[in-house]
Design a protein around this ligand. Structure first.
Ligand SMILES: Nc1ncnc2c1ncn2[C@@H]1O[C@H](COP(=O)(O)OP(=O)(O)OP(=O)(O)O)[C@@H](O)[C@H]1O
Length: 386
């Protein structure tokens, strides 16, 4: 059974909008969220030295209805960013704007931000029924509106028949949907989800993620998901902000970031990648795999007239495992299969090219044996990364 939560799940919006943005155009909706040069560092001692910034000059806009994921390794500042947005932490610098209102000047407490929160531990009240848990988030609503709103939200998350149950009588996935209903019931401007699926086992996690995504789409609320699970980020998000050391390393749609990583960090954090050094000349890199044609531009990248998309010289080249292929061509690089990872629909081979190892991902072919000598080549263009 879960403990009574220390943190409240729902922050009901206040009706007034004291800090409406002066530049807000009448016909255009403001971003659901805007972070401007947001910074936060924690002090070690009251009087002592400061640690480096945990959130470092962060700029971000989230459109109404958008599902954005903050993705990154442990300790990169995702949760702190979420807590700054919710008003659970005060920033050292910068601004948080929610739905066109400045929440940081003056500082608005959590309950005045119109933000809903969902945590990984569901934070349901164990002694309240499903319906009462949802009603709890509606204390600020006129009494007559509470029950219809709670029932409407339970219907949205598909839990109407469970309204009299206690939380311990529900599966983990159902409990998480109750937590979602409780956060959505006050109709927040923005929903913040902190690792909401991490307590669920793999299968339930996948199903719940899809359900939550569908529910959020239906409700039209903008949401920010925090996760360190790249597969979850790829499947869930309209856009991903990939964070590293308190900054956004790359921001874009899952497909764009996966296809056109700008840095070696992004290439290897989001999916697997072979990082090879190559000498580039006229858009082709000479690597230990032989010549690799390079992607010149990624989504959103533009060139000034006369610019060379990939400068000549020594560069780091990223090649996805699925972009390598076995070949009978004698010009292919010689390699030995040192390991084989069978994943059902696909196989990932680890290949040794002497000093270096690379990964090759193959679907729908007969299995090759460990120890087999093969030739490989790049079947798709590579990407020069910093
Ligand atoms: N209250 C605090 N006092 C001091 N340091 C803190 C505090 N809260 C967070 N930190 C530090 O800030 C850094 C970022 O923490 P944060 O929880 O935001 O990272 P995260 O990306 O969410 O990590 P994880 O995925 O592990 O939850 C970490 O080094 C953490 O130790």
């Amino acid at each position: 059974m879960k403990e009574v939560p220390m943190t409240m799940t729902v922050m009901t919006p206040e009706p007034s909008a004291p800090n409406a943005a002066p530049h807000r155009a009448a016909s255009t909706a403001p971003p659901a969220l805007e972070l401007r040069h947001l910074s936060k560092r924690f002090s070690v001692h009251r009087s002592g030295s400061d640690l480096p910034s945990v959130v470092d000059d962060l700029n971000l806009q989230v459109a109404p209805g958008e599902l954005l994921t903050l993705l990154g390794p442990s300790g990169c500042g995702k949760t702190t960013t979420l807590r700054l947005i919710a008003g659970l932490e005060e920033p050292d610098g910068g601004e948080v704007w929610i739905d066109g209102r400045n929440m940081t000047a003056p500082f608005q407490p959590p309950e005045r931000r119109g933000v809903g929160l969902v945590f990984q531990d569901y934070a349901l009240f164990p002694h309240l029924s499903v319906l009462d848990n949802v009603l709890f988030g509606l204390r600020r609503l006129p009494r007559a509106e509470r029950l219809p709103r709670a029932r409407e939200t339970l219907s949205l998350v598909g839990l109407t028949v469970f309204e009299s149950r206690m939380p311990h009588q529900l599966s983990g996935g159902q409990q998480q949907r109750v937590a979602l209903a409780r956060a959505l019931a006050p109709r927040p401007r923005l929903l913040l989800l902190d690792e909401p699926f991490s307590n669920l086992d793999a299968q339930l996690r996948h199903a719940t993620r899809q359900e939550v995504r569908t529910i959020l789409r239906r409700s039209g609320v903008a949401a920010i998901l925090v996760t360190h699970d790249q597969e979850e980020a790829l499947a869930f998000s309209d856009r991903i902000a990939l964070m590293r050391a308190g900054q956004i390393e790359q921001l874009g749609t899952p497909q764009d970031i996966y296809t056109w990583p700008r840095t070696a960090f992004v290439a290897s954090f989001l999916g697997r990648s072979n990082l090879l050094s190559g000498t580039v000349q006229a858009g082709v890199a000479r690597t230990l795999l032989g010549p690799v044609l390079l992607e010149d531009l990624g989504a959103g990248e533009t060139l000034q007239e006369g610019d060379n998309p990939v400068p000549d010289g020594l560069q780091m080249i990223s090649l996805r495992p699925e972009h390598l292929t076995f070949t009978d061509d004698p010009s292919g690089a010689e390699a030995v299969i040192v390991a084989r990872e069978f994943g059902g629909h696909a196989v990932t081979y680890t290949l040794s090219l002497g000093q270096h190892e690379v990964l090759l991902h193959e679907t729908g072919h007969p299995l090759r044996a460990e120890g087999e000598r093969v030739r490989i080549r790049a079947a798709r263009p590579g990407r020069a990364v910093r």
